[in-house]
Write a protein that binds this ligand. Structure first.
Ligand SMILES: [Zn+2]
Length: 399
């Protein structure tokens, strides 16, 4: 039997499955076909929730005697956009000038293809790792992410699965393979501010209460002063006001209502709870300011509504895991990667509740773009890095 040792062949098989969220598109089936000859038991639980599409997921485990390493990722991909703008069709896996084109090439079917090739090479030459290896793959990362990684982790944990470490194969490298390992992520929170005023004639402001004045006062308090200057491991906390909406087409009418929405990315100076309290505090104080509202006797009448669930900040402090990975990068490409907590959130924020987690994958430059593509040379290099990492991590034993 031929084992899936060639990452390019693995990736081509995955790209040819049109698995735009929430469609499975055959991608999990293709994975199962690769994993079974390697000794993995494969399960494909489907999760449902009212108001969201049913999602198929995959959990595969190759059991051994020793520690348990989990590789996590997703086979769903974002839509292709304008298909006519692609140089090569998005689900054909065509290769040109040493690059394979296709949706998901780097985000993140490519990472999965390389990890499977790495395990396959280990199985072929050394009979496979001594401990257990599992793949936790969702079909719902790019979508609502409700029937994906969170439920898959709960499902596996309820069946007694325990992991000693996890690696997420998202494309973490900004420019070149080996640039960056992610060892944590900032937290994220979004909210809406609704200011209620009193409608009136722009020429008679004393008879009205312009909510735009109130909203400007509140927005100002969110932007200044800075929340912090950053920490040893994280960049500074940053808040962006992402929209201000009044919807008033008349220049001579003071509107009745104004709203703003904002997003804050916060570092480990804060928790979701303390940053929410800080924002409440700033707004309450600012609501009493007269700067833009001279002559008004009441405070700004506002409401703050938090949107979605907060993403919590985390930092992985597992030397064995981080050193095994960064050492493997150094051994294969000759330089040490930066250890970073930059960028947006990822499914690692859910995994961190179960075991230490780091992220390392391909180069992210073309992700979500037309002509998403990966250098075949990068597929081979990442496979070698993963292969070395698997060997190293199991050799180090559980600390
Ligand atoms: Zn991704």
């Amino acid at each position: 039997m031929t084992l899936p040792t060639d990452p390019a062949a693995n990736l081509a098989a995955l790209i040819r499955c049109a698995s735009v969220t929430p469609a499975e598109g055959g991608a999990l089936g293709a994975l199962a076909t690769m994993l079974k000859p390697l000794g993995f038991s494969v399960e494909r639980p489907v999760f449902s929730e009212d108001g969201t599409p049913d999602i198929e997921n995959l959990y595969a485990r190759r059991s051994g005697n020793g520690p348990h390493l989990m590789f996590a990722g997703h086979t769903d991909v974002v839509p292709v956009g304008d298909e006519a703008s692609w140089t090569h069709p998005p689900f054909a896996a065509e290769v040109a000038k040493g690059e394979m084109f296709g949706r998901g090439a780097v985000d993140m079917k490519g990472g999965i293809a390389c990890f499977i090739a790495a395990v396959a090479r280990h199985v072929e030459s050394k009979g496979g790792p001594k401990g257990s290896v599992s793949l936790l793959i969702t079909g719902d990362e790019e979508g609502p992410a409700i029937n994906g990684t969170i439920k898959l982790l709960e499902w596996a944990a309820a069946r007694g699965e325990k992991w000693d470490a996890s690696i997420v194969g998202e494309p973490t490298n900004p420019d070149a393979l080996g640039d960056m390992i992610k060892i944590g992520r900032r937290g994220s929170l979004s909210g809406s501010i609704i200011v209620n005023g009193r409608q009136g004639h722009a020429a008679y402001p004393q008879l009205a209460d312009n909510p735009v004045r109130g909203l400007m006062t509140l927005a100002d308090a969110l932007l200044h002063p800075v929340f912090d200057k950053g920490t040893k491991d994280f960049q500074a906390t940053n808040l962006e006001v992402t929209s201000i909406d009044v919807g008033n087409p008349a220049t001579n009418v003071i509107p009745a209502k104004a709203t703003a929405i904002f997003n804050i990315r916060f570092n480990d100076t804060w928790t979701a709870e303390t940053i929410q309290a800080e924002i409440h505090n700033r707004l309450d104080k600012a609501a009493k300011r007269k700067k833009y509202r001279t002559g008004k006797t009441t405070a700004v009448d506002y409401e703050l509504v938090w949107r979605d669930r907060p993403s919590h900040v985390f930092l992985t402090r597992d030397d064995r895991l981080i050193e095994a990975l960064s050492g493997s990068v150094k051994a294969v490409i000759g330089r040490k990667p930066a250890l970073s907590t930059s960028g947006g959130t990822s499914d690692a924020r859910f995994i961190k509740d179960y075991c230490p987690v780091v992220e390392f994958g391909l180069v992210g430059k073309t992700m979500h773009m037309v002509d998403e593509r990966v250098a075949l040379a990068d597929l081979e290099t990442l496979t070698q890095i993963y292969r070395r990492f698997i060997e190293d991590w199991f050799e180090r034993g559980v600390s």
